[in-house]
Design a protein around this ligand. Sequence first.
Ligand code: ATP
Ligand code: MG
Length: 337
Amino acid sequence: RIQRRAIQCRHDIEALNSSFITIFKSLVPAEEEKAKQKELLLSLQNLVTKEWPNAKLHLYGSCANSFGVSKSDIDVCLAIDDHDLSKSDILLKLADILQSGNLQNVQALTRARVPIVKLMDPDTGLSCDICVNNLLAVVNTKLLKDYAQIDERLRQLAFIVKHWARSRRVNETYQGTLSSYAYVLMCIHFLQLRRPAILPCLQAMDATYTVTVENTKCTYFDRVEKLHAFGARNKESIARLLWGFFHYWAYHHDYTDDVISIRTGGIISKRAKDWTRRIGNDRHLICIEDPFDISHDLGRVVDKYSIKILREEFERAADILQNDLNPSVTLFQPYVP
Ligand code: ATP
Ligand code: MG
């Protein structure tokens, strides 16, 4: 077990709260952005229905999970049962359909890790990626959105963490750092572990929502309106939580043995998951279990170089929150190579 350094939080932490709340508010998208997204989704759905009457488009990712900052691209999933066409053929045909509508820069990327069609809508100015039958992503989008409704501190924490990760360039999966989705799971995990807890573990409660997608049974308690007071006994402010979040990832998380798991509401061991060895490109240097696809480690993009960068950034953030005179500025200073 690693040595757990018990650092006392700075005494003036509460004084930092209002500036973090201001930053959070500046990142939240305006209502008219949501309206534009809906408008684009409707016009895409109309085009698709003409060709495939039973196909349905779903929003997923940050435009639907309530963790989206303003001006993000929108992620759409085409749900379609067409057993005669391969995924690539569906994407190529989809690109044709969209090209005939009033859309620009339509491009089918059939060889990408997640194959998509990209497009730009000149009416709304929005860019959009459409994938095919990636329904687990639609379900994990709903899970994140449901968690966000339980306690407002989750969105505050996650927006600030995502903003920090983008500023510091540690939100780039192709460079070996973590996805936005992974950061939100890290925030949920952290709030589940607070005492008193700020978030429950929805997958450990009696199921009110069950779907089976891609042979995976997804089930959890989704009547979150009944949980609005769940975190009320915990009075920690966002500044205090942010401090705790970075201290956890800098000095308390056990990178050798631990897997964080919002599915179970706690830590499980790498041994129990057989994530102790490198297999192929999966190195398991920081382990974040996907809540539904439990064989999937969201940290698998991290390699021996990027783990060092990540941990140094967690330490930098923890130390700034502990000592800096102006953390709400210094924390987000752009990374300069
Ligand atoms: P943003 O676009 O603001 O950075 P996002 O939440 O849209 O954040 P993306 O990386 O665009 O993040 O991912 C879109 C969605 O795809 C996620 O919300 C999640 O549902 C799903 N997703 C992304 N990466 C993974 C992954 N490695 N495994 C499973 N699902 C993923
Ligand atoms: Mg996105």
